[in-house]
Design a protein around this ligand. Sequence first.
Ligand code: ADP
Ligand code: GN1
Ligand code: MG
Length: 361
Amino acid sequence: MNLKHDLRAVARLFQIYGDFWGAEPYGSGHINDTYRVAFNQGGSRVRYIFQRINAGVFKTPAALMENVRRVTAHLGEKSAGQPDRSRRALTLIPTRDHQPFALDERRNYWRAYVFIEEARTYDAVESPGQAFEAAKAFGRFQKLLTDLPGPRLHDTIPDFHHTPRRFAALEKAVQADAVNRARLAAAEIEFALGRRSLCGVLLDARLPERVTHNDTKFNNVMLDDATGEGICVIDLDTVMPGLALYDFGDMVRTATSPAREDERDLSKVALQFPMFEALARGYLESAADFLSPAEKRWLAFSGKLITFEIGLRFLTDFLTGDAYFKVRRENHNLDRCRTQFRLVESIERQEERMQQLVESI
Ligand code: ADP
Ligand code: GN1
Ligand code: MG
């Protein structure tokens, strides 16, 4: 296979023994370049995940990797002694000079992880059972990090979930209309601009800062093939100080509708109440004892806010020429925006019932 990068050369930078076997692009993330890389170690095939960190998105990769190193070490300690320890937290492979990341000749930043076998991610949720397991895993992730020793983690992307600033960025993109696409998105622009009042609600609610994941989309948790358990939370680039509700909100965004994020048939996009119920129950099973009453009060709302926020980001990226999210077809970011806004509408119709459910748990 013809790869963009020389993975064999990259592999030599890490403390991995045995013979390079092969590498292939892997996963469907929007940000980094991910490869599955195999080695022959004593006659067995052993696999790793290699990732080139997107330096356009992450301006301080060394600080980011410092966060990842601290967080994975802490989670690893917490699962010490458990049977499947190396499948329950990401394990970083150090470089030959004992660093958590390597720089190649072209100044690309690379990291390597132990490959988690017999588990997988899903781009769309298939059952309430999956939603429950994913939410329980993300809740546990937050809980295990409540006692992460100091100092405060780095902000890998400042204001990542600052919805009012995301809204302002959209307004600016609409005004500039740099690639002449506003005419293709008139309805979506109107939808967004009409909901300004949503943006500041959580910021005004005076909720506690916690260590949060900030990108808890459904395909960022691995489900065990045999048991279905949410065995490992992955994609730790945005683990940083944040609100617990950002994480719950992103679960609602990605694990209540069975449609893919870029589905073009919008009739498939809707919040399915049993999925929401499973998420709320799964999340609260691990997080209820550390969440404050105020955080619980805004759980149902957070889904609408984060869905709206990511919709704003897709729309902004569409209007500015797809500089941020990877796209694979024409109008891809507009399609993604449309599913988000359709889901916001679906949530608006069910909000009261969602709120009642959360209060009853
Ligand atoms: P991105 O930031 O681009 O979304 P991810 O870290 O989520 O990148 O990785 C992309 C995909 O690679 C994931 O959805 C998952 O399927 C797979 N993956 C990532 N890390 C591992 C791992 N340690 N073991 C097995 N699969 C992994
Ligand atoms: C990106 O890396 P990935 O694909 O898991 C993005 C998230 C968005 C998501 C939308 C660092 O997540 O914030 O919610 O796409 N990550 C970053 O699918 O911007
Ligand atoms: Mg991902």
